[in-house]
Design a protein around this ligand. Structure first.
Ligand SMILES: NC(=O)N[C@@H](CC(=O)O)C(=O)O
Ligand SMILES: [Zn+2]
Ligand SMILES: [Zn+2]
Length: 428
C-alpha cells in the first residue's frame, strides 16, 4: 500500500483558495482536510506543497502524439512527458498517424502501446473514415469496444454531407462523440493564413472564415437530425461561435473547444512571413478573437484544448507557403492563459481550471477533472507566482514550433501526479 501526503496545498473550493492537506492511497484521493496525520504502519511519502496551487490534473482532448509513423515529430514518451510538464494528466490522442487507427485491431494496438509508454492517461481517438479520407465509414461499434473514446478525422474536414450524416448516425448509435475538424476544401484556396488585410499586405494566400463556418453550419443541421454528440475542434471564427450559440439554444447536442493560440493571438501578430504562426485553422482577426473570448465567457465554448501539433525544425522553417500547419501547446497552455486571462481578470482561476480540466473530462466521459475524495490522484501543483521566460531548452516535446517562445509568463508546473505517481517534477 503506497500512501502520499501532500501538505499545505491551496485547493479551490467554491472558487476560493483554501489551504489543506491531501492524502493519496493506491492511486486515489483518500482524504482532503487540514493537518492530516501520517498514518502509522504505512510508508508515507510526504510532499510539502508550500501553499502552492494544487489543481485537478489538466485534461486536453486535442493532442497530436505523432506515434506511430511520424516519430521524428513526437513520440508517445515525449508527447506525454510534455503533457505532464504542462500539468496535463489526461490527453486525447488524434488519429492522424500512420497507420490511422481505423479498425478495432489498430485501435487496440495503439491503446496497448499508449498503456506501455505514456506518462499520462491517453484517451484514443479512432478515425471517422478509413484512412481519414473518402467515404467508407469506420466500424464505430467495433472501435468503441476496442476502447476508442471518440472519433475524428482531425487534419481535414469530412467533405460531403452524405458521408458526414451517415457517420453521425453511426457514431450516435455506437455512443461515440464525433469531433469535427470543420474545413470545406472548396473554400480554402490553398491559403496559409487568415484571409484579410494582413494576408494581402504580406502577399500570402488567405483562408476565409467561411471555410470553417459554412461546413460547421451544415454539420449542426446534420447533428440535430442524427442526435450525435457533435464536438467542434479548434473553433476560430466569430460566425462559428454564433451558430454554435444558436444551436445550443435549439437543443442540439454540440460542444466545442478553443485553442490557447486563438485566444491569445490574432493575424495582427503576423508582421512577417513566419511559419511559427502558421496553423490550421489560422489565427483570425481581432474581432474573431473577441468573439471567442465572449463565447468562452457565456458558455458557448465549453473547453480549452491545445491542438498540440509538433513538427520537425525542417518542416517549420522557410516560408509560410511551404511550412507545415501546426504549433505545439501542451507546455505553454496553462502559463500563457493564466498570465493573459486570469491575471488581467478576464477569467477566474476556477473558470480556467474548469475549462482546462473539469468540463472536458465531464463532456467526454473521462474519469478525470476533479479533486475530490475517491477520484484518481491525477493532480498538478502550480507555482502561480513563478515568473519565467518560455524557453525551448526546458521543453520535453520534440517539437520546438511554438509562437510563445520568448514570452514572459507567470505560473510554473512544480509537480504532476498521475494515479498518485510522479509524472513530472520540476528541478530546483
Ligand atoms: N492544427 C494544425 O495546424 N495541424 C494539425 C492538424 C489539425 O489539427 O487540423 C496537425 O496534425 O499538424
Ligand atoms: Zn484540426
Ligand atoms: Zn489537431
Amino acid at each position: 500500500m503506497t500512501t502520499t501526503l501532500i501538505r499545505n496545498a491551496q485547493i479551490l473550493q467554491h472558487d476560493q483558495l483554501q489551504v489543506t492537506d491531501v492524502r493519496i492511497q493506491d492511486g486515489r484521493i483518500q482524504t482532503i482536510g487540514p493537518d492530516l496525520a501520517v498514518q502509522s504502519g504505512s510508508a508515507t511519502q510526504v510532499i510539502d506543497a508550500h501553499r502552492h496551487f494544487l489543481s485537478p490534473g489538466l485534461v486536453d482532448v486535442h493532442v497530436h502524439l505523432r506515434d506511430p509513423g511520424l516519430t521524428a515529430k513526437e513520440t508517445i514518451e515525449t508527447g506525454t512527458l510534455a503533457a505532464a510538464h504542462g500539468g496535463f494528466t489526461t490527453i486525447g490522442a488524434m488519429p492522424n498517424v500512420d497507420p490511422v487507427p481505423d479498425t478495432p485491431a489498430k485501435v487496440t494496438a495503439m491503446m496497448t502501446r499508449n498503456q506501455e509508454k505514456a506518462h499520462v492517461h491517453v484517451a484514443q481517438y479512432a478515425s471517422i473514415t478509413t484512412g481519414r479520407a473518402g467515404n467508407q465509414l469506420v466500424d464505430f461499434a467495433g472501435v468503441k469496444a476496442a476502447g476508442a473514446f471518440a472519433v475524428s478525422n482531425d487534419g481535414s474536414g469530412v467533405q460531403t454531407a452524405e458521408t458526414m450524416y451517415r457517420a453521425m448516425c453511426g457514431a450516435a448509435k455506437a455512443g461515440l462523440p464525433l469531433a469535427a475538424h470543420v474545413e470545406d476544401d472548396s473554400l480554402t484556396h490553398h491559403g496559409v493564413m487568415n484571409a484579410g488585410p494582413v494576408a494581402k499586405r504580406l502577399g500570402l494566400p488567405g483562408i476565409p472564415n467561411v471555410a470553417e463556418s459554412a461546413q460547421l453550419a451544415r454539420d449542426l443541421m446534420l447533428a440535430e437530425a442524427s442526435g450525435v454528440h457533435y464536438h467542434v475542434c479548434h473553433v476560430s471564427t466569430a460566425q462559428s461561435v454564433r451558430v454554435i450559440r444558436e444551436a445550443k439554444r435549439a437543443g442540439i447536442h454540440v460542444t466545442c473547444e478553443v485553442s490557447p493560440h486563438h485566444l491569445l493571438l490574432t493575424d495582427a501578430d503576423i508582421t512577417e512571413d513566419n511559419p511559427m504562426l502558421k496553423m490550421n485553422p489560422p489565427l483570425r482577426s481581432p474581432a474573431d478573437r473577441a468573439a471567442l473570448l465572449a463565447g468562452l465567457l457565456d458558455g458557448t465554448i465549453d473547453m480549452i484544448a491545445t491542438d498540440h501539433a509538433p513538427h520537425t525544425a525542417a518542416q517549420k522553417q522557410g516560408s509560410m507557403t511551404t511550412a507545415a500547419f501546426g504549433i505545439t501547446g501542451l507546455e505553454t497552455a496553462f502559463a500563457t492563459l493564466y498570465t493573459h486571462l486570469v491575471k488581467p481578470r478576464l477569467l477566474t482561476l476556477g473558470q480556467l481550471v474548469n475549462l482546462m480540466s473539469t468540463r472536458p473530462a465531464r463532456l467526454f466521459g473521462l474519469n478525470a477533472g476533479e479533486l475530490k475524495v475517491g477520484a484518481p490522484a491525477d493532480l498538478a501543483l502550480f507555482d502561480l507566482n513563478r515568473a519565467y521566460t518560455i524557453d525551448t531548452q526546458k521543453m520535453c516535446s520534440k517539437g520546438r514550433n511554438s509562437p510563445f517562445i520568448g514570452w514572459h509568463v507567470v505560473g510554473a508546473t512544480l509537480l504532476t501526479l498521475v494515479a498518485g505517481k510522479v509524472a513530472y517534477r520540476k528541478e530546483n
